[in-house]
Structure formats: C-alpha cells, structure tokens
Write a protein that binds this ligand. Structure first.
Ligand SMILES: Cc1ncc(C[n+]2csc(CCOP(=O)(O)OP(=O)(O)O)c2C)c(N)n1
Ligand SMILES: [Mg+2]
Length: 197
C-alpha cells in the first residue's frame, strides 16, 4: 500500500518534469497506512520537489481492527498536509460530487505547477479489512448503530437519488437500484462461499 505512494510520487514527478506533459500521479492511502514513516517522507519529498502528486487519503476511521481514536491523537489526517505546507481539502468521502469537484480543483492547480496536494475523504469502513462481512476482524469494536448510520450514507445511492431528483438521467428507480445492489451482494457472497468451501 505505502510503496504505491512512492510509485505515484515518481510517476507524477517523472513524466511531468521530464517530458513536459500535464500528467499527475495519484496515490491512495488509508488512515492506517498513513502511520508508516515512509508516507511522511513521501509528503516531504513531493513538496520539496514540487511533484504533481495528489495524495488521496481514505479516512475510513479503522486500520485493520483498531479505531483511529485508539491509534492517533487526532482523527484528522490532513494535519500532515499542513505540516508539510501542502494544499489540502477535507471532504465528505461519501459525497461523489463533492469528491469529484474538490479533486478537480486540486488537480487543476497541480497542472499550473503548484506542486502536490492532499485530499482527505472522510468515510467509514462497512466491512472487515480483509473480508466482505461486517465484523470479521478479530477484536474490532463498533456498534451496529454506527454501521447502520453510515450505510444510510451510501455514496452510490446518494448520487443516484440526487440524479433522479435533478432529472439528470433516466436512471432506474431507487427500488430497482437497491435490487441490483442486493443481487451484487448475493453474488459476492456466493463467490466467497465457493472459494472457501
Ligand atoms: C508496508 C506495510 N506495513 C505494515 C503493514 C501491515 N498492515 C496491514 S493492515 C494495516 C492497516 C491498514 O489500515 P488502512 O490503511 O486504514 O486500511 P483499512 O483497514 O481501512 O482497509 C497495516 C499497517 C502492511 N501491510 N504493509
Ligand atoms: Mg482505514
């Protein structure tokens, strides 16, 4: 996971600097992965090299089985952008439109030569770190209420609801979308069962 941050750093730095293209590197990093020292070296290096890299932090509040409040003195990962003088945005990670808009603004600036940027997407991990079930991680402590409240903020359903409301497309109804979603979940479950049987 963390190595990818470094690769994106060089992917961003290489093409843009050597061939003059407006390519940018994008590194996706979890709130737990941020605890690796190399990530902080990458933030520092990206800034000092003015590399066009967008660090996308998926802050889903859990690293494997531990909540962020048990691991860090603050639940805001973008404080590391401030420490490195990197422009950043803190966004509702379950709002597809907000994420797209904020990312575009940061990437537009990067393409003007303003160097790296960081976007923190606050969200919630519905499932286990390594599984599709809700609470498979050993020792994970969280309430079912929390999971249900976050599920009500499902980004895909939220987006389709606003598209239907804005009459932006002839999308199927919410009920049909829910049926599709349940079909996908069921198929996922069946595949998993075949694999583990
Ligand atoms: C380089 C490296 N160091 C340590 C680990 C061990 N590790 C496995 S899961 C994990 C935490 C991941 O947390 P996060 O990035 O928030 O992912 P999530 O649990 O939300 O899927 C770590 C540190 C690893 N896989 N790779
Ligand atoms: Mg996480």
């Amino acid at each position: 996971m963390v190595e990818m941050a470094q690769q994106a750093l060089w992917a961003g730095q290489g093409p843009a600097k050597l061939s003059g293209t407006d390519d940018v590197g994008v590194a996706y990093i979890g709130d737990g992965a941020v605890e690796e020292g190399v990530v902080h070296e990458s933030f520092n290096l990206a800034k000092t090299q003015n590399a066009p890299v967008l660090f996308v932090i998926e802050n889903n509040l859990f690293a494997s089985h531990m909540h962020i409040s048990l691991r860090q003195p603050s639940n805001m990962i973008s404080r590391f952008a401030i420490a490195n003088n990197i422009p950043h945005k803190l966004v509702d990670g379950n709002d597809v439109v907000a994420v797209t808009k904020a990312s575009k603004e940061l990437i537009d600036d990067m393409r003007l030569g303003k160097g790296p940027a960081l976007i923190e997407l606050v969200t919630y991990r519905w499932y286990g770190h390594v599984d599709w079930r809700d609470d498979v991680d050993v020792g994970v402590e969280r309430s079912l209420d929390d999971i249900e409240n976050w599920k009500a903020r499902d980004p895909i359903l939220r987006l389709s609801k606003s598209m239907i409301k804005a009459k932006m497309s002839d999308l199927p109804s919410e009920e049909t979308l829910r049926r599709y979603w349940n079909d996908v979940r069921q198929t996922q479950g069946e595949i998993f069962k075949i694999k583990t049987d």
